[in-house]
Design a protein around this ligand. Structure first.
Ligand code: SF4
Length: 152
């Protein structure tokens, strides 16, 4: 049988142990490698949309106000810093666009993303410190462009 070409998968870099979180930590999840079995079937493309959007590490923690990632993309919601109230929407939309660019470059049809994040969350995000229904900004843009999302 001919060797299969490995599938490329976008992965939130913090899930792989990269210290790119807002607090300079990571969210290493060993179950991720199990989710990608058998070994060798996938090539992982680590991304951090918030860093790609030009934000530093460490950085201020943010939440989406007045909606979800889809609403941010359509200009109806904003991404706001929890300490200063600063508007970081442009960084989040830029990070989402850069992530989509990478997904297209590497022909990724699937993304494994960190849950509950205002960038990478799928299905749930924080608003006023409480988990509510909604997607992060990058998740919303990838879904709009037919990338299948799984969260860990
Ligand atoms: S933006 Fe995504 S990849 Fe970056 S730290 Fe937050 S959850 Fe992890």
């Amino acid at each position: 049988m001919a060797n299969q070409i490995p599938k490329t998968v976008i992965v939130s870099a913090c899930l792989l142990g990269i210290n790119c979180r807002y607090d300079s930590g990571n969210s290493l999840d060993n179950s991720l490698l199990e989710a990608l079995s058998p070994p060798g079937e996938y090539i992982l493309i680590p991304i951090c949309p918030e860093q790609l959007g030009g934000l530093p590490t460490p950085r201020e923690s943010c939440e989406i106000h007045y909606g979800s990632g889809e609403d941010v993309l359509s200009g109806e919601a904003r991404v706001i810093g929890l300490e200063t109230g600063e508007d970081f929407t442009n960084n989040f939309t830029r990070g989402a666009s850069e992530t989509l660019k990478i997904a297209r470059l590497f022909r990724c049809r699937k993304a494994l993303l960190k849950n509950n994040s205002p960038s990478c969350g799928a299905g749930k995000i924080y608003r006023n410190g409480v988990l509510v229904e909604g997607n992060g900004v990058t998740t919303a843009l990838l879904m709009k462009n037919t990338v299948t999302i799984e969260t860990l």
